[in-house]
Write a protein that binds this ligand. Structure first.
Ligand code: HEM
Length: 401
């Protein structure tokens, strides 16, 4: 229900944004009265979000001596201002020293904040909502068309152990922390647009504060869970030739075939590596955000990418390798959110298949024991490989190990 609301809001904002950008760029105002400096019209146009050509701010145009004198009503500093200094501050060529040491302290003006805000309020929210809403819609349709994947074999009444307790602990540590991080992250991103109109600012303030606190602290549980599953399951997730056959048959998702698989099939390996690589990258950018201006990830990464020629290959040209500390943080928040949206979409599909989508799958993580016929159907090579001892049937009356 809330995802639908987010989707409707996202569509509304796309429409608003397209109306705003469809407006004509304002004609260049006459700046002779300010001696070439910006005018009230420039400022108002910028505040209305209109596109303005602000190249006049970088290179001095006009004659500062023509500016209205400071003593006049609404007079500007005009020729009395120090445009060279302000230009140097804005374009980072001023030699600044600050009593507070650290690179961030000497950045007095940094343009990127506005671009970052516009990206966050525009494409990030819009496409993020589309991605999550689209994934849920797709799974709903898939469920209606394909239905639940059933266990085809006759029941033997036996179960086999699939995951040990510590494996299930690692999984649930990762899963619960990820869900909490996902919800609190979405509250932080969409709160102003979705929760404030519904509940008001007074109610949202404590929710926002609690979300931030929970998000910042639960992150460590996610990182611990990620390390646990990596150590426990990396061996089972290395590529194997059986994966090719599994992929060629699309895992038997369409149709009735059940291609052979070892402990994890190719689809599960995709989930595993998504968690490790995307989850690892979310964790790294998250840590950079927790300790602002201490870890700089992007400039060194861009340097390496430029060296192997990847950005040039996809038409992005050389990526900037000198970034202001604030730009590093802006990139870190944007990256953190984009990668999180992608992983959330993948995990929503995983939750579907691990619960309602496939009969018998949840038991693997619920109790750690699965029906023998489920194991033979979905992981035949694993059953042959480990020849797991049958758990006793409940009616045998023998206590479980
Ligand atoms: C309510 C939420 C979830 C449910 C019901 C669920 C269910 C399951 C089940 C049943 C399995 C075992 C499949 C098998 O026996 O072969 C599994 C495995 C796994 N889960 Fe989850 N899970 C949930 C959330 C998550 C989350 C949030 C993450 C990561 C952020 C995650 C990551 C994994 C990974 C990496 C595996 C091993 C690979 C795989 O089987 O796909 N799970 N999960």
């Amino acid at each position: 229900m809330s995802a639908l609301k987010v989707l409707i809001q996202a569509i509304f904002f796309v429409l608003l944004a397209s109306v705003a950008t469809a407006q004509e760029a304002t004609p260049q105002p006459d700046r002779s009265a300010t001696g070439g400096a910006q005018t009230l019209e420039d400022i108002l146009a910028r505040q209305r979000g209109e596109q303005i050509d602000d190249s006049f701010r970088r290179n001095l145009t006009g004659d500062p001596n023509n500016a209205a004198g400071l003593a006049n009503q609404l007079g500007t500093l005009g020729g009395a201002s120090d445009p060279d200094l302000w230009r140097a501050l804005r374009y980072d060529s001023a030699n600044i020293t600050a009593s507070n040491k650290g690179q961030a302290a000497t950045v007095l003006i940094q343009d990127g904040g506005m671009k970052w805000l516009e990206f966050r309020n525009g494409p990030l929210k819009t496409w993020g909502a589309y991605l999550l809403g689209g994934t849920i819609l797709f799974l709903l349709l898939f469920y209606l068309i394909r239905g639940r994947i059933k266990i085809d074999y006759e029941s033997t009444g036996y179960t086999v152990e699939r995951f040990k307790n510590f494996e299930r602990f690692g999984h649930w540590l990762l899963a619960i922390s990820f869900i909490v991080l996902g919800i609190t992250g979405l509250i932080t991103l969409f709160g102003r647009k979705v929760i404030i109109p519904l509940l008001g600012k007074d109610a949202f303030a404590p929710i926002a504060e609690a979300s931030k606190w929970v998000h910042n602290n639960v992150a460590w549980a996610f990182i611990a869970g990620l390390i646990m599953i990596f150590v426990m399951w990396v061996w089972h997730n290395l590529p194997h030739r059986t994966d090719i056959k599994w992929l060629a048959q699309a895992g038997g998702i369409v149709g009735k075939a059940h291609p052979p698989a070892r402990k994890f099939n190719a689809g599960q390996k995709f989930i595993f590596w998504s968690c490790i690589l995307l989850g690892g990258s979310i964790s790294a950018s998250g840590i950079a955000l927790l300790f602002p201006f201490e870890l700089y990830m992007f400039a060194p990464t861009f340097e390496k990418l430029n060296a192997i020629g990847l950005p040039q290959l996809v038409g992005l040209g050389e990526l900037p390798t000198v970034l202001a500390p604030h730009e590093e943080m802006q990139l870190a928040t944007a990256w953190h959110a984009i990668v999180s949206f992608v992983l959330m979409a993948i995990i929503i599909a995983h939750i579907y298949i691990g619960s309602v989508g496939m009969e018998g799958a949840y038991d693997a993580m619920g109790t750690g024991h699965v029906k023998e016929e489920w194991a033979r159907q979905h992981h035949s090579l694993w059953v042959d490989e480990v020849k797991p001892a049958h758990d006793p049937k409940p009616e045998d009356g023998t206590p479980a190990e």
